[in-house]
Design a protein around this ligand. Structure first.
Ligand SMILES: NC(=O)c1ccc[n+]([C@@H]2O[C@H](COP(=O)([O-])OP(=O)(O)OC[C@H]3O[C@@H](n4cnc5c(N)ncnc54)[C@H](O)[C@@H]3O)[C@@H](O)[C@H]2O)c1
Length: 311
């Protein structure tokens, strides 16, 4: 059993993550501005705190006597607040939470970044040098949210240079997270349902049809926390489903919505997603277990004579 502090534990991702880690026998403390009445957190210690207050963050982290920290608290949606507020909040949280965790002697520190650091959806166009994207693809943030997430990754690098190998760090970039109730029809982060997203590819196109089940994120976090002493410190991981959230191959769909990507998208045949989680499998042995067809009760791609490619 590991004692794990989760910041943002009352949030959309946090609730399933906290419940998943608690179910695996870990002792969880959720730090969030809000205390959640979700049944997911019924058995979990919750502390209400504004973590942008660095002194408050430092004292609650010091008192937590935790072995590990997972930092989720953030303004989590691009343009959901003015750009300066997103930058100030997420950057301030990175310093107060991650720095506070180091000062508190927490030995394993993980932070949520985002695939948006890659820069898709930029108003003046976006053409990657190759697809699928992986952790070596260049970061090209074009808004304050994405930039603040890159800054979180770089805050980890900064702290690593201060602490050396005494503290073990990692960042992860979860794809569009879908919680169990959202498969059942509850609205997703963007306000529409998963089925809306599949029926209208324009809804999923801005995020290049990426997604991941929240329970797989919990499983990833558990695996990562356990592995941190044994893998290189400071790694970043994409965490995505093994397929794309689309009914047609991305070799067709991506160029339709991202002009100029015809050539690079030709590699995305069948159900191949645009984001590779191969590094997580290679370093951690983690693989996603949930996929949209099973969750929505739709036929498996293999039963559909799904076209390998039309390019
Ligand atoms: N949901 C996704 O699809 C997705 C994808 C990629 C990355 N992420 C990242 O995962 C993390 C969680 O996302 P989410 O969708 O659960 O967001 P969310 O908005 O549902 O949850 C964020 C939580 O952080 C808390 N919080 C914000 N500011 C705080 C502060 N100053 N002090 C204490 N708590 C504070 C909020 O109260 C909220 O409960 C974020 O860092 C987000 O950027 C999410």
């Amino acid at each position: 059993m590991t004692r794990i502090v989760v910041t943002g534990g009352a949030g959309r991702v946090g609730r399933t993550l906290v419940a998943g880690l608690a179910a695996r026998g870990h002792d969880i403390v959720s730090l969030d501005r809000a205390v959640s009445d979700s049944p997911d957190l019924a058995e979990v210690e919750q502390i209400a705190v504004d973590l942008t207050d660095a002194d408050a963050a430092a004292s609650v982290l010091a008192a937590s006597r935790a072995d590990a920290l997972i930092h989720l608290a953030a303004i989590a949606v691009p343009f959901s607040a003015p750009e300066d507020v997103i930058m100030r909040t997420n950057a301030g949280l990175a310093i107060s939470v991650l720095g506070g965790a180091v000062a508190a002697g927490i030995g394993r520190i993980v932070a949520a970044s985002s695939p948006t650091v890659i820069g898709y959806g930029a108003p003046r166009g976006w053409v990657p040098d190759r697809l699928p994207l992986d952790e070596t693809s260049p970061a090209q943030p074009w808004n304050a949210y994405a930039l603040s997430k890159l800054l979180i990754e770089q805050t980890i690098g900064m702290l690593q240079r201060q602490t050396g190998d005494d503290v073990r760090f990692a960042a992860f970039r979860p794809c569009y997270v879908i919680a169990p109730e959202e498969w059942a029809g509850a609205p997703t982060q963007q306000g529409h349902t998963v089925r809306d997203r599949l029926d209208d590819p324009a809804l999923s196109a801005p995020a290049i049809f990426n997604y991941v089940d929240a329970r797989d994120v919990a499983d990833f976090a558990d695996t990562l926390i356990a592995a941190l002493p044994d893998i290189p410190s400071g790694e970043t991981f994409f965490v995505g489903a093994a397929d794309a959230l689309a009914r047609r191959p991305l070799a067709e769909l991506v160029p339709q919505f991202h002009p100029g990507t015809e050539e690079v998208a030709a590699a995305l045949t069948g159900t191949t997603p645009a984001f590779s989680s191969a590094k997580a499998e290679r370093l951690l042995g983690w693989r996603p277990r949930h996929d949209w067809r099973t969750e929505l009760g739709e036929p498996a791609a293999s039963d559909l004579a799904f076209p390998a490619s039309r390019s």
